[in-house]
Design a binder for this molecule. Structure first.
Ligand code: BYC
Length: 475
């Protein structure tokens, strides 16, 4: 097994010293990355010691090392999952042929675009979350967001390695541009819409790590199927890092709901205003944030009928997550039925070739995966003796990409008039006053073992440490 070499200036398991040109190019990019981290990574806290995990091997058991690290000293590097010498193209027109160690010329531009799009999301999320350390509800949460941030930084390294190693000068230019676009920048924004949404509060952060990082999981799984083997190996290792991010979102939302239920019980009411006055977040507001981030994340799968998706599949560039679960890896001669707006306030059905529906196939499995968290959160509500439930809105609700883009519907997906949407959206999506209320709760709690009043403590700490462990040593 290739070992992770932490002796080199750039930690890696790709034997970087054997390719001096590549090593020099990446060493040239490294200070630019660190400048970006300093300017647009988490504000302050750069000299604090944070209890972070660092990978020591690329298998799933390789997460043994936990220790105090100052974030700028985190060993960002290049780690690919072990090669599988028997790996074959798993889907599309070249099914069963040898996977590629170099990029076939005809797929170069498309792969470059996919890698740049993936790479762009990673620093974008760090930029979106950069102010949140100041309002962390506990040191435990502060440590978690910083862990997420450094790992997103490493995911950027993963994509930059591919750009440098396989795309020559164009790839190096792309790598520089990944540090030049900025989340929410009016002139040079991030590529995908969700990554330009501001994240000012921790409820949004938990929703983001639950819903948007989960899109990341699905996209990485589909790129892990790629016939371009270095991309597949990179994504397989990134997926092991991704799991923790979704855990932060899942447990974060659980803890918000739990706290809300505790206050409802104490005060014997489910009146949102009373809950808010007591300093907790009412469940209808949780539902509104969920509606916002779920619908935004659905857009990240692209159009429901997509010729891009069809050609990614045909050419073996991007498969379906867990392609092995499907019987037919060619997917020709199959169709998929879409429900589309009929232009008169109704819905019509249309059959399209399966390959063109790959974004929708992925979106469907994503929705099912999202439901698991809702079941857990609803169990808490059930157990507290309340009858209401959190629900996922319809995939037609508030879309900006695909056939339902800008078609007003209610959360159940029924088409409605623009006037009705306008009049009712304050009940479905966070209004300005909801956002101001949530923001008013965001006060950093940095005392050992203390927790903000709007969130319950986690059930356990990190790496078997107690919840009141000093996860961040503030300087
Ligand atoms: N916003 O055929 P279409 C993650 C564009 S998250 C803006 O419908 P396609 C992470 C599209 O680019 C995962 N534009 O879509 C999470 C195209 O543009 P052009 C990130 C959008 O190509 C948390 C046009 O609309 N990874 O890792 O089938 C923290 C029509 O395209 C959007 C990837 O995305 C949008 N939402 O699919 C940190 C994987 N959606 O060609 C990290 C790589 C579509 O007309 N990317 N467009 O200029 C892809 O696979 C595909 O580019 C997409 C789009 C799935 C995003």
């Amino acid at each position: 097994m290739s070992t992770m070499n932490y002796e080199d200036r750039i930690p890696n398991n790709v034997n970087l010293t054997s390719n001096r040109t590549l090593q020099r190019a990446l060493e040239h990019w490294q200070p630019e990355f660190l400048n970006w981290w300093r300017d647009l990574g988490p504000t302050d806290f750069q000299i604090s010691d944070v209890y972070l995990r660092t990978a020591i091997s690329v298998d799933t058991k390789g997460w043994a090392t936990f220790g105090y690290v100052k974030m700028p000293e985190y060993r960002w590097g290049i780690f690919l999952a072990e090669p599988d010498p028997n790996r074959r193209v798993g889907f599309g027109d070249d099914y069963g042929k040898e996977v590629w160690q170099q990029i076939p010329g005809e797929h170069r531009a498309t792969l470059r675009r996919l890698i740049v799009t993936q790479g762009d999301t990673e620093p974008a999320s760090v930029e979106q979350q950069r102010l949140l350390g100041h309002t962390a509800p506990s040191l435990y949460d502060m440590r978690n967001i910083f862990q997420v941030n450094v790992e997103e930084g490493r995911h950027l390294w993963a994509m930059v390695y591919l750009l440098h190693a396989y795309f020559g000068r164009e790839g190096r230019e792309d790598a520089e541009e990944l540090l030049e676009r900025h989340s929410g920048d009016a002139n040079n924004p991030r590529i995908l819409s969700t990554f330009n949404e501001p994240i000012r509060d921790w409820l949004s952060f938990y929703m983001f790590t639950y819903f948007t990082d989960r899109d990341g999981k699905f996209q990485l799984k589909s790129l892990a199927e790629s016939s371009f083997d270095p991309l597949s190996r990179t994504c397989r290792f990134m997926l092991t890092e991704e799991a923790h991010h979704m855990f932060v979102g899942d447990t974060g939302i659980s803890r918000v709901v739990k706290r809300s239920l505790e206050v409802m019980k104490e005060l014997n009411t489910d009146d949102p205003e009373t809950i808010r006055k007591a300093g907790a977040i009412d469940i209808p507001t949780v539902q509104k944030y969920l509606n916002f981030w779920f619908s935004s994340s659905l857009d990240l799968f692209g159009g429901d009928s997509s010729s891009n998706a069809a050609s990614y599949f045909a050419n073996g560039l991007k498969g379906r997550p867990d392609e092995f679960r499907y019987e037919d890896h060619i997917a020709l001669g199959q169709s998929f039925t879409l429900e589309l707006p009929d232009g008169n306030g109704g819905i019509r059905k249309e059959e399209i070739p399966m390959r063109n529906a790959m974004n929708e196939v992925m979106r469907d499995s994503y929705v099912k995966d999202c439901e698991t968290g809702l079941r857990r959160w609803n169990k808490l509500i059930d157990a507290a003796g309340y009858t209401f439930q959190l629900t996922l809105p319809s995939t037609r609700f508030r879309r900006t990409i695909g056939s339902w883009a800008n078609v007003p519907t209610d959360p159940a997906g029924n088409p409605i008039s623009p006037e009705e949407f306008e009049a009712k959206q304050g009940g479905w999506l966070p209004s300005n006053s909801d956002r101001e209320f949530i923001y008013s709760l965001m006060k950093g709690v940095f005392e050992l073992g203390k927790m903000a009043a709007w969130i319950a403590p986690p059930e356990r700490g990190i790496n078997n440490q107690p919840v009141d462990y000093e996860y961040v040593r503030l300087q």
